[in-house]
Design a protein around this ligand. Structure first.
Ligand code: NDP
Length: 329
């Protein structure tokens, strides 16, 4: 038996609870790998899964959790041996395949990455999918040529998981980071992560003009909707915006003006099905570039019951930084 945060949906309705389940509850995966999980996390998508607010879970019953780090306990694939330390993000885990908010998982060997050198299992999940996605955004800006010293970089949803890790990464690389937040009371926290300036998200959240004053060399946006449209409208000539989230909304109510008059580029960032080479690059850079003292400062640890309680909190924008889940606590 092991503990898992189980999502169920039947005639009695949609519900989530921490339960003891039998090993037989693990999915059958030919050529798969069984992992004793040490840590998972609570991401925005986990909040959607736990509350059922959006139909991210499409198979029932299912163990929630879109990411995990742990130790291989059994393997039918030569790439992963018992005792190996591994991590997983996405690939539908926690959506259509039982996931990381559990003490055990059985997954496809192709989905696992070795734990990067320099990171503990806990640090890997303090980063989690949100932090890995922040790095995918930063890499998109870097590839575009947004170099430190080339101008201000805006990070929206700054106090959240993606935002707080993005600030930490960009500041360490030498960028001047402007953090946009709805929680101005967290300004000192955001400056402690490396933000040079903190602005109220109200500046960006309302319907805006097709073009505004040119402000940003680059943008990491986890918010979408008017915020993303306004970020594009205020990006400097030739600049780039990396869009990964929808905390404000899934819409994009902007115009083509920033694209055809200022030549800006909008990069879409997906972490779930990102190819392995891109994942390995992002995790390698997280291991080498992330300030682990600052990661510690933005991380709070909870157990599986705490993860359950955090579901509605993260959707309400009340979680600061990252929540790492010790599934054995
Ligand atoms: P968090 O909840 O930790 O962070 C989101 C932040 O957005 C909040 O902390 C808040 O920051 C801000 N926010 C919340 N509601 C609103 C609103 N109504 N209007 C404007 N800003 C708002 O979530 P994550 O960091 O885990 O994820 C952020 C987004 O990125 C989510 O939409 C998630 O689905 C997406 N995502 C996408 C991935 C991909 O593969 N594309 C992977 C990972 C995440 P503040 O209080 O500072 O304003």
């Amino acid at each position: 038996m092991f503990k898992a945060l189980v999502i169920e949906k039947d005639d009695a309705g949609y519900r989530a609870a921490v339960k003891s389940v039998d090993d037989g509850a693990l999915p059958v995966v030919d050529g798969g790998v069984t992992v004793d999980i040490a840590y998972s996390t609570v991401n925005y998508k986990d909040g959607l899964a736990i509350t059922g607010k959006s139909p991210v879970v499409r198979k029932f019953p299912l163990h929630a959790g879109i990411d995990f780090a742990g130790t291989v306990s059994a393997s039918d694939d030569p790439r992963h041996k018992p005792g190996d330390l591994v991590l997983l993000n996405g690939f539908g885990v926690g959506e259509t395949h039982s996931g990381g908010l559990a003490q055990k998982a059985r997954v496809k060997a192709d989905w696992l990455l070795p734990l990067p050198h320099g990171l503990s299992l806990k640090q890997a999940m303090a980063i989690g999918t949100a932090g890995y996605t922040a790095m995918l955004c930063v890499l998109a800006l870097e590839r575009h040529g947004v170099a430190p010293g080339s101008g201000d970089v805006l990070v929206t949803g700054a106090s959240g998981g993606v935002g707080s890790v993005a600030i930490t990464l960009l500041a360490r690389m030498g960028h001047r980071v402007v953090a946009s937040t709805g929680r101005m009371a967290e300004a000192d926290f955001l400056k402690g992560l490396g933000a040079a300036e903190v602005i109220d998200r109200a500046e960006l959240a309302a319907p805006g003009k097709p073009l505004g004053k040119e402000r940003w060399a680059g943008v990491v946006d986890s918010v979408g909707s008017h915020t993303l449209a306004n970020a594009c409208a205020t990006t400097r000539y030739g600049g780039a915006v990396a869009a990964c989230g929808l905390a404000q909304g899934m819409d994009l109510p902007g115009s083509v003006a920033p694209f055809i008059l200022r030549g800006i580029t909008l990069y879409g960032i997906d972490s779930v099905m990102a190819p392995m080479a891109r994942r390995a690059e992002a995790w390698g850079r997280l291991a080498s570039d992330l300030d682990l003292a600052r990661l510690d400062a933005l991380t709070t640890e909870v157990g599986l019951e705490g993860a359950l309680a955090a579901g509605p909190e993260i959707l309400a924008g009340r979680v600061r930084g990252r929540l790492v889940v010790d599934v054995n606590r």
